[in-house]
Design a protein around this ligand. Structure first.
Ligand SMILES: [Zn+2]
Length: 343
């Protein structure tokens, strides 16, 4: 029986103590998993379930396979033997680490194997993926960059980057919606196959509301946007800003991003880059919140992604997106048998 109410954690130190209590960790997870407070069987949706307190799991009373379920079933934590307190501390750490956290750091901080830490890190990134389909509007910067690869320190000019010198590098398209009276600036990033017109404009048309102002540099891939947008171009050969026409918000973001990758990771394998981008975009977009708020937002992302598991090790499909999806068992097998450490 709980004797006193404990305040929700504000710091990592609070969080470790708070979630060390298994009942509290479970209560928190329940509130995320079933926000309306009604526990439902993840297989049949029935509310007619009983709680097996000693094992902290539920049992569905309907007749079907796998009647017993834990709070993890149907979330990115599904099938994980790692206890909730470690999961929740990992969420706290990752949601709030400014430049991200490597699997080695997570392994040392939580006392799990490095392989487990790698696995946790990727699942937490999946939870941090922004699934909002809300388009950007108002004033929007669009820019592209190349990340990773062997020649990661190389800084060629744009012409050079588009042609040669991109071996092992991944093209990333970024959009930044500028601060407006009712919201602060936000970014979206996407790994793209190349930086040619169809690729870049497809992203813009999908993510930016028609009629918005779009600022780009003079790369020819952006020409033609003026049919649907108020497209304004800043030619970096001339200057970097003309009034509010510039892409400096994204340029700053790119340099932060690259510094983060360099500082935290030995290398980021191109295939995993998009996960890292999701993680960094999450922290940037939630930067006005406090640590507890970011933690809760990240944790809320655990649901609804159960069917969208993608291979953690594998190839990118022809569309530049990861090939989906193999069974959970296969994924685990792949993780155990393929080269594990990539970042
Ligand atoms: Zn059921």
């Amino acid at each position: 029986m709980k004797t006193k109410k404990v305040a929700f954690p504000e710091t990592l130190h609070d969080a470790i103590k708070y979630f060390a209590d298994e009942d509290r960790a479970l209560d928190f997870m329940k509130s995320i998993r079933w926000p309306d407070g009604i526990v439902k069987c993840p297989r049949c949706g029935s509310k007619d379930v009983s709680f097996l307190a000693t094992r902290r799991i539920w049992k569905c009373k309907a007749a079907h396979e796998k009647q017993q379920f834990s709070v993890k079933v149907g979330t990115v934590l599904e099938d994980s033997p790692i206890a909730l307190d470690k999961w929740l501390c990992a969420f706290w750490l990752i949601a709030n680490a400014k430049n991200g956290i490597s699997s080695y750091e997570l392994h040392r901080s939580l006392g799990v194997t490095q392989k487990t830490a790698w696995f946790m890190l990727h699942r937490i990134r999946l939870a941090m993926q922004n699934e909002s389909t809300e388009q950007f509007s108002g004033r929007v910067e669009a820019d592209e960059t190349f990340i990773g690869g062997r020649a990661r320190n190389m800084h060629a000019d744009k012409k050079g980057r588009v042609k040669a010198g991109t071996v092992g590098k991944v093209a990333v398209m970024g959009l930044l919606e500028r601060t407006s009276p009712d919201k602060h600036s936000r970014v979206k990033m996407r790994v793209v196959k190349n930086v040619r017109r169809p690729q870049l404009q497809k992203e813009i048309r999908q993510e930016v509301m028609k009629g918005s102002e779009v600022y780009t540099d003079a790369l020819r891939s952006y020409s033609g946007l003026e049919t649907e947008y108020v497209h304004k171009v800043i030619d970096h050969a001339e200057c970097y800003a003309k009034g509010h026409v510039h892409t400096n918000g994204l340029e700053n973001f790119w340099s932060l991003l690259k510094r983060g990758i360099k500082g935290t990771y030995v290398s980021v394998e191109p295939f995993h880059l998009f996960r890292y981008l999701d993680e960094q975009a999450f922290r940037f977009n939630e930067r006005k919140d406090n640590d507890a708020g970011r933690f809760i937002k990240a944790a809320r992302g655990i649901i609804g992604k159960g069917l969208r598991y993608v291979k953690l090790t594998g190839k990118i499909g022809d569309d530049g997106l990861p090939k989906k999806a193999v069974s959970w068992w296969t994924e685990t097998w792949l993780l155990n048998h393929l080269r594990l450490e990539t970042d």
